[in-house]
Design a protein around this ligand. Structure first.
Ligand SMILES: CCCCCCCCCC(=O)SCCNC(=O)CCNC(=O)[C@H](O)C(C)(C)COP(=O)(O)OP(=O)(O)OC[C@H]1O[C@@H](n2cnc3c(N)ncnc32)[C@H](O)[C@@H]1OP(=O)(O)O
Ligand SMILES: Nc1ncnc2c1ncn2[C@@H]1O[C@H](COP(=O)(O)OP(=O)(O)OP(=O)(O)O)[C@@H](O)[C@H]1O
Ligand SMILES: O=C(O)CCC(=O)C(=O)O
Ligand SMILES: [Fe+2]
Ligand SMILES: [Mg+2]
Length: 296
């Protein structure tokens, strides 16, 4: 019985079984070098402020943000919400990506959350790490099984520059409690981690080449290690959901704290008041990329 995947004729039975069992599947060389080079150029243009993108969040590493002023792409840890940048948003509508995404979401597809991650060389404080987490912690929509993340390496990613680390099979569990990890050197805004996860659970380091793409379930526990090189480790990603998903009320759940944190930031960013809900912030960001916008 398949729960996590749909029969669209794209995944082989072996690939479906692997995703059901592990919660992720890696497809080699899915995005071309030419496309990735275009994303990289656009990233550079954004960092040089040659283009201004409505709604884009430019996040700097907490160590740098709190100590010195650095200009350009060396200051940027992550771009978030690039959906209004047509050049970067091309990633979210690449036919070969959507073809796979449909095996998890079905035919009506929304791009809900977009990111370009530029993991900086660690400053020595280990703030370049991303704590182990489940992406569903940030999402007030369900069902979880109709949500998937697509994450593409923009260059070789390996243990040394902080590749993704996943706990295979952890998507079979439930959404766990998250909060800020107690890290001496500080932690980036909103980088919550799973409070208690089994340290003996097998870990897999996903070493990937430029263009390799991993699709993973929003309950899969994952993170990334320190970048111990002097280069910026780049990846581009999009979280997709079926437009047939529905919003949930997170009041009284483990997601209440993050929802308040997001609402507070949204209030600052858009200058709106409390009446904008956590769900609204997602409905505003979401973009239909295939089929019909039925519910989200
Ligand atoms: C909505 C969540 C979506 C998550 C989806 C799925 C899974 C993804 C898992 C994650 O990636 S979780 C992380 C999600 N990240 C975000 O949502 C972006 C959060 N960051 C921001 O919104 C901005 O970077 C931030 C508001 C924190 C700062 O931007 P600003 O343009 O206001 O920066 P500015 O330099 O003016 O600094 C303002 C204050 O923020 C502080 N700051 C800047 N960067 C920071 C940082 N990285 N961490 C902590 N604090 C930071 C900075 O020190 C300063 O503090 P003080 O007011 O005390 O002086
Ligand atoms: N003390 C910690 N508490 C919570 N999470 C941690 C801690 N140390 C590392 N992690 C998380 O574990 C994952 C792997 O990080 P780690 O630095 O161990 O990986 P790595 O550098 O790729 O592997 P290794 O150091 O074993 O070669 C990341 O998500 C990281 O944020
Ligand atoms: O380090 C990375 O690229 C992974 C980041 C991540 O998991 C996330 O932002 O949700
Ligand atoms: Fe994540
Ligand atoms: Mg380690």
């Amino acid at each position: 019985m398949f729960i996590y995947t749909l029969d669209t004729g794209v995944l082989t039975p072996e690939q479906r079984l692997a995703y059901e069992e592990n919660g992720f599947i890696l497809i080699r060389k899915l995005v071309s070098d030419q496309d990735i080079d275009r994303f990289r150029k656009e990233f550079e243009r954004i960092c040089k402020r040659e283009v201004k993108v409505p709604g884009l969040v430019v996040m700097r590493d907490v160590t740098i943000a709190k100590s010195e002023y650095v200009e350009g792409e060396k200051a940027v840890t992550k771009l978030q919400d690039y959906q209004e940048d047509p050049e970067l948003f091309r990633y979210c509508i690449l036919p070969q990506i959507l073809k796979y995404v449909e095996s998890f979401t079905g035919p009506n597809i929304m791009a809900m959350h977009t990111m370009l991650i530029n993991k900086p060389p660690d400053t020595g404080k280990k703030t370049s790490r991303h704590p182990m987490h489940q992406d569903l912690h940030y999402f007030p929509f369900r069902p979880a099984d109709r949500i998937v993340c697509s994450w593409t390496a923009m260059e070789k990613v390996h243990r040394g520059n902080g590749c993704l680390v996943v706990l295979p099979g952890s998507h079979h569990g439930t959404l766990l409690e998250h909060d800020y990890p107690q890290w001496e050197g500080g932690v980036n805004k909103m980088y919550h981690g799973v409070r208690d996860y089994d340290p003996n659970h097998p870990r897999v380091h996903l070493e990937m080449e430029k263009g390799d793409t991993v699709f993973f379930h929003p309950l899969l526990i994952h993170g990334s290690g320190m970048n111990q090189t002097d280069g910026f480790r780049k990846a581009i990603s999009c979280h997709y959901a079926s437009s047939d998903c529905y919003y949930i009320d997170v009041k009284g759940t483990t997601q209440e704290i993050i929802s308040n944190e997001v609402k507070e930031l949204a209030a600052k960013k858009y200058g709106v008041d409390d009446s904008v809900t956590f769900q609204d912030t997602w409905a505003l960001r979401g973009r239909l990329v295939q089929g019909d916008r039925t519910s989200m």
